[in-house]
Design a protein. Sequence first.
Length: 218
Amino acid sequence: MTSADSYKLILENGNPYLQVLWIGIGTALGIRLISHRSLQWNLNQKQRKAILFSALLGALIGSSLPSFFAGDVIELRAFKYLITPKTMLGGLMGSFLSVAMTKTLLGIKEETSDSFAVETALMLAILPTQLIEAALMFWLWIVFSFLEKKEIMKNRLLFLFFASYGVLRFFLEYLRAPISITVLGLGFYQFLSVILFGLGVYQLISRGRLAMHQLRVS
């Protein structure tokens, strides 16, 4: 039996509710930490709650939706158990897009992205994942905690995290058993990694240009 067959067997016969328990623990920790950080935002209580709720809702939808298009055992399990499987890649993008839309609808201009960067790295590190990926996530958490403390890449930390995690996850997929569709030699989650990386780079460039423009004006 190959490693891919073994992993498929675990997915097919494993208890999905046990996975949900660990995901719930990681999510609860992330919500608690980010909620505490949200008190620093120059927003009223209703606005803070709207952003936090949209971040959670976007993460739940984004982490679940890609599985229905992943093919192979992942797609089959997604239709069998709507609560699982989940993907961090989709969760990150879903949460960002949901918050961005909420801010646009409510006319909120306050910058909040940095508040999600460090806590997200820690939250992802304790979710069910490979040991190598968990170790790398804890390393990213340490690095981003340092960057935040020194106010390096201010208002761009979340998107630096997107780009960093996108690259790491792309190459980590080569260490995983193939359990989703493959196109042009790349797995489904590698394509998601590329999209997350591109989103991060785009935001870094656009926000960097905005920061340079503001410096020139001042």
